[in-house]
Design a protein. Structure first.
Length: 275
């Protein structure tokens, strides 16, 4: 009887899980199937196509509109913006962690929530005017500078949580051994916080990698990133659905790898919460 009641209680959960899986997997199914279908073929519902072709992937990897320049640009911009954001956010979060019981520290911490609340589109025009006068439009350094503020608030939030978890006794022991503040920060605190910093960096890279709003008006043909490259398959009177699907799958592989790697470190952040 208990097993029956337990099974009945699990039915709503199982139904909800199935609905969520269908919501996620059905679009992925059509994306994958379309990428292996010839241009112009109609998909017969949730049925495997009768003919499979690799021409969409061949077109994505070769030819004048190959994906490689966009992937290289995305890699450079993502790594540089993430590294710069972490370089700024790590000492800032460490300082805010030590000031969390003071009004000034709480106020500064909350100010990052305000910064993150600013719509990214509101930053485009100021960046465009500044970069146009400093010859930084259509340059990778310009994109890196523009995307770094987008990642800073998130980095500060999560890294402050990481530093809050480090016991005070660790720093007190370092002070007793004669370590100064800088040496304590670099030799004691940073090694302990390394998993949290790694998780923050990977998740930040995911946000930057898929950004379209800021990159679109500031980039040019030579600096297009992956999200801008994908839109090239949507033209005025022609929608190249097959190549678009193939490019989406190829571009999603780095994101999937980053997400899988981040799971190793993200549990610590999830269990800590933001306070």
């Amino acid at each position: 009887m208990r097993l029956v009641r337990r099974g009945l209680r699990n039915i709503p959960r199982a139904v909800l899980l199935i609905v969520i899986l269908l919501w996620v997997l059905v679009p992925m199914y059509f994306l994958v199937v379309t990428s292996f279908s010839a241009e112009g073929d109609l998909l017969p519902g949730l049925v495997l196509p009768t003919a499979v072709t690799l021409e969409n992937y061949i077109g994505v990897f070769t030819g004048a509109n190959a994906i490689w320049p966009a992937l290289i640009n995305s890699t450079v911009v993502t790594l540089a913006s993430t590294g710069l954001a972490l370089l700024i956010a790590t000492p800032a979060a460490y300082a805010l962690s030590h000031m969390r019981h003071k009004k000034l520290g709480r106020g500064l911490y909350l100010s990052f929530f305000v910064l993150r609340g600013i719509p990214p589109i509101a930053l485009v025009m100021p960046f465009f005017l500044i970069f146009s006068r400093s010859s930084m439009l259509n340059t990778l350094p310009g994109l890196i500078i523009a995307l770094t503020p987008l990642a800073l608030p998130y980095c500060v939030w999560t890294l402050r949580v990481t530093f809050d978890q480090i016991p005070k006794e660790v720093e007190e022991a370092g002070a007793v051994d004669g370590a100064g503040k800088w040496r304590m920060f670099t030799s004691v605190v940073l090694p302990i916080a390394a998993p949290g910093i790694a998780a923050t960096g990977i998740l930040t890279a995911l946000f930057i990698y898929v950004d379209y709003i800021i990159v679109s008006p500031l980039a040019g043909p030579s600096t297009y990133t992956f999200p801008i490259y994908v839109t090239s398959f949507s033209q005025d009177f022609v929608q190249l659905v097959g190549p678009l699907s193939a490019a989406s799958i190829v571009g999603a592989i780095p994101m999937a790898i980053m997400f899988i790697v981040s799971q190793r470190f993200s549990r610590r952040l999830a269990s800590a919460g933001i306070h």
